[in-house]
Design a protein around this ligand. Structure first.
Ligand SMILES: [Zn+2]
Length: 377
């Protein structure tokens, strides 16, 4: 089946901008982009779209199972008090609420234009709901590495997973060639933990959980800690990195690790702001909303806006755009992203002089157009 799409603007997967462009789709795959209508060709379906056709947006870090949690940044004093609050909240979740939460989160995410999410599943519910709409990382927290745990994995963090378990789970991921997410240096307390300095995990969180620090592995910082447990590889997806210094950030990028920033979540939890300038131009730099457990919406475009304004408008939307599209696909290793005929579409009543400025507007509504299986007519 051959389809021709025309739109006021098309952004290709190579991030080229075509005004009044065409996309040719054959059997669910993007065959080509054209500046002029391919005359000699026959199409079973021709659609003229008033608006902007983007590559599908990618939200590289979410916790959709936690979409039912009533988070308010105004109630949060600091990261450690939030952690105590969220541990209690998560413990009280009922199984039947989880499915509904994932469905609700997915709906919200799709309405925000994200056709793909990198979701962290603590309960194993989101894989059933998400299917091909994302990559689900099964989360592990604890001391003993579990047997028969499906990959890809989320190894929660260095303060919540034992060094032995991190080693083992990374080894298993590498054996299977699968990426793994780790929350990295989200708070300054984690840096102190890595260095074996006094920290509030040991003083407040572990007593609250009724356990002690698993082992005293002392490092120069969080990245050095990851190195010592064999976790600093190109399959690592480092989430947050709010409290890494420039040298540590360079080590991550030199190693080829993926990075996901969640700027609004960082602001809500008052943990600082990542060094974005250092990372601009890195092709495995992506954005995530984090969960409703630390954010007020799952709109990846709102995340982009927050970043744009935090950078005082000095980095253009055009340069930030890969963070919610192709970079996210590289980080999550969505192999068919470049050919699969799925688009994020923004319907516009008037023609815009450029295709990125509308991303800053309020009240824009995105649609996911999926021609990758049966065409929607
Ligand atoms: Zn997270």
């Amino acid at each position: 089946l051959k389809i021709l799409l025309k739109a006021d603007w098309i952004i290709t997967r190579e991030l080229e901008e075509i005004k009044d462009g065409y996309a040719v789709i054959k059997d669910g795959k993007i065959l080509s982009y054209e500046r002029r209508k391919p005359e000699a060709d026959y199409f079973e379906l021709e659609l003229e779209l008033k608006g902007i056709l983007y590559p599908p947006f990618v939200n590289a870090h979410t916790h959709l199972e936690l979409s039912g949690i009533d988070f308010s940044p105004e109630k949060i004093e600091d990261f450690i008090s939030w952690l105590r609050w969220i541990v209690k909240k998560v413990r009280s979740l009922k199984r039947e609420e989880l499915r509904e939460a994932v469905e609700r989160g997915l709906r919200e995410s799709l309405a925000g234009g994200a056709a793909f999410v990198g979701d962290i599943s603590s309960f194993g519910v989101s894989p059933e709901v998400l299917k091909d709409k994302g990559v689900v990382f099964r989360e592990f927290i604890g001391k003993e590495p579990p047997r028969n745990f499906p990959t890809p994995l989320s190894i929660h963090s260095i303060y919540s997973v034992s060094a032995d378990a991190i080693r083992e789970l990374v080894r298993r991921s590498l054996d299977r060639g699968s990426p793994y997410q780790i929350h990295v240096a989200e708070s300054v307390e984690e840096v102190k933990f890595a260095r074996c300095e006094r920290n509030r995990f040991e003083e407040e969180i572990y007593p609250f959980l009724g356990r002690e620090r698993y082992e005293r592995l002392c490092a120069e910082g969080v990245v050095d800690y990851l190195k010592r447990v064999g976790a600093l590889t190109e399959k690592l997806i480092a989430v947050h990195i709010t409290n890494l210094n420039e040298k540590e950030i360079d080590e991550l990028t030199e190693r080829g690790a993926g990075v996901v920033l969640c700027p609004r979540s960082n602001v809500h939890l008052k943990v600082g702001f990542p060094s974005v300038a250092r990372l601009m131009g890195y092709e495995k730099l992506s954005l995530g909303t984090d969960g409703r457990s630390s954010n007020l919406s799952l709109s990846i475009v709102s995340e982009l806006k927050a970043l744009y304004y935090a950078l005082r408008g000095e980095v253009s939307l055009r340069r930030l755009f890969p963070l919610i599209t192709t970079n996210g696909a590289k980080v999550l290793e969505i192999g068919d992203y470049w050919e699969r005929a799925i688009f994020t579409f923004l319907k516009c009543d008037r023609a815009y002089p450029d295709p990125f400025a509308p991303l800053l507007l309020d009240e824009v509504e995105f649609e996911i157009l999926d021609f990758s299986s049966t065409p929607v007519i």
